[in-house]
Design a protein around this ligand. Structure first.
Ligand code: KIV
Length: 262
């Protein structure tokens, strides 16, 4: 049985300059595959709302949906650290609701940590959660839950503000910070300023680790592929071909054959 990844493992990886691989997961079969392949962190992202539920943003995802999906991912993860993403309005309204909802991820779904969006604006949340024994990953830069405030999914370039957010999250007790949609040079200086690991998405190569959305790297989505995404497989095509073959064989009476018949 491989040694399970903990938040201490991630800290050691930063010190040894071993890059941390994070991938999103939303269900048991893909959690098992990613875990067996050697992914370090499985993030049950609220990107669920877009890639699994087909929504236009992440805003509609609920706590109960996140708890359900995090639970089935945790069941498939033997080695990877499972992080549950706190959905919109699960931590913004009050400090006590924030701690309660964060705790639900550990208590009800088997996650080992949570992620929330924000830096300086959520330091009280990060501190209260870590004080309650809940490891917290912060997420700064292009924060999709603030899409309407940001005026769209735009690269964030205010270096001073980004550094302030990252340092605030670290001081409040976060074990890691996701840097999304920021120039590579800014991500590089934040990464060297922090003791905790940075995990980049659309933030260049100089972060301590990288995260991408599972459906993006496997080519499961139709349509536009953002600049920061690399597709390592073409599962949508494979699935289409497999399903078309099944349809054809059923129509032609070629399936089931004798070998599939009792
Ligand atoms: O929701 C998500 O999947 C995320 C990652 C892409 C960082 O927040």
């Amino acid at each position: 049985m491989p040694q399970a990844v903990t938040i201490k493992t991630l800290m050691d990886m930063k010190q040894k300059q071993t890059r941390i691989v994070t991938l999103t997961a939303y269900d048991y079969p893909f959690a098992r595959i990613a875990d067996e392949a050697g992914v370090d962190v499985l993030l049950v992202g609220d990107s669920l709302g877009m890639v699994v539920q087909g929504g236009a943003s992440t805003l509609g995802v609920t706590m109960d949906e996140m708890i359900y999906h995090t639970g089935i991912v945790a069941r498939g993860a033997k080695r990877a650290l499972v992080v549950g993403d706190m959905p919109f309005l699960s931590y913004q309204v009050s400090l006590s609701e924030a701690v309660y909802n964060a705790g639900r991820f550990l208590k009800e779904s088997g996650a080992a940590a949570v992620k929330l969006e924000g830096g300086a604006a959520v330091v009280d949340r990060i501190k209260a959660m870590t004080d309650a024994g809940i490891p917290v990953q912060a997420h700064i830069g292009l924060t999709p839950q603030s899409v309407h405030q940001l005026g769209g999914y735009r690269v964030q370039r205010n270096e001073e503000r980004l550094l302030l957010d990252a340092e605030a999250a670290e001081s409040a007790g976060a074990f890691s910070v996701v840097l999304e949609g920021i120039p590579g040079e800014i991500a590089k200086s934040i990464t060297s300023a922090l003791k905790i690991p940075t995990i980049g998405i659309g933030a260049g190569r100089d972060c301590d680790g990288q995260v991408l959305v599972l459906h993006d790297i496997l080519g499961l989505n139709a349509g536009h592929v953002p600049k920061f995404v690399k597709q390592y497989a073409a599962l949508r095509n494979d699935a289409m071909q497999g399903i078309e073959s099944f349809i054809r064989e059923v129509r032609e009476g070629a399936f089931p054959g004798d070998e599939h018949t009792y």
